[in-house]
Design a binder for this molecule. Structure first.
Ligand SMILES: [Zn+2]
Length: 147
């Protein structure tokens, strides 16, 4: 948390992907309180389980140039072949559906607990994380503006 003392955090900061659990949120709150600071708002980019599973299970990566694809959302022109270099597309072993569902279950339990923690403090906002980039941007502006 040393970076929070940096000058560019003077007027505010965004934490992305942290805290992940209610216990981490409590620890963060103590640290911030000691620094005379606080969390103003928590934005949950909520994505439906099936959508998220497709994003993970559909991931492919070119073994030559590391270009990323998704067989549903960003497929290559020819199945299994990289558009950019013609290389073979591979799936990472931990991108299997079984692994993705197990990870999602843990994530869901932790994020519900975390959401409840911040909701109790009146700081929790949930938005549709599957929406388009512009829509998400507008929602965030709205949330920050309401603060
Ligand atoms: Zn490639």
């Amino acid at each position: 948390m040393v970076f929070l003392r940096e000058r560019d955090c003077k007027d505010g900061f965004i934490l992305d992907g942290f805290p992940r659990t209610a216990a981490q949120a409590e620890a963060l709150c103590e640290i911030l309180t000691d620094m005379g600071r606080r969390i103003d708002m928590v934005v949950d980019f909520s994505v439906d389980e099936e959508e998220l599973i497709k994003r993970i299970v559909g991931r492919r990566i070119c073994k030559n140039c590391l270009m990323g694809y998704n067989i549903w959302f960003a497929p290559p022109a020819k199945e299994g072949v990289c558009d950019r270099c013609g290389g073979e597309l591979l799936r990472r072993e931990d991108d299997s559906e079984q692994t993705a569902r197990a990870r999602f279950k843990v994530y869901k339990e932790q994020s519900e607990e975390l959401g409840a923690y911040y909701d109790a403090a009146g700081k929790y906002r949930k938005i549709d994380g599957a929406a388009g980039v512009e829509e998400i941007f507008e929602k965030i502006e709205e949330i920050i503006g309401k603060k």
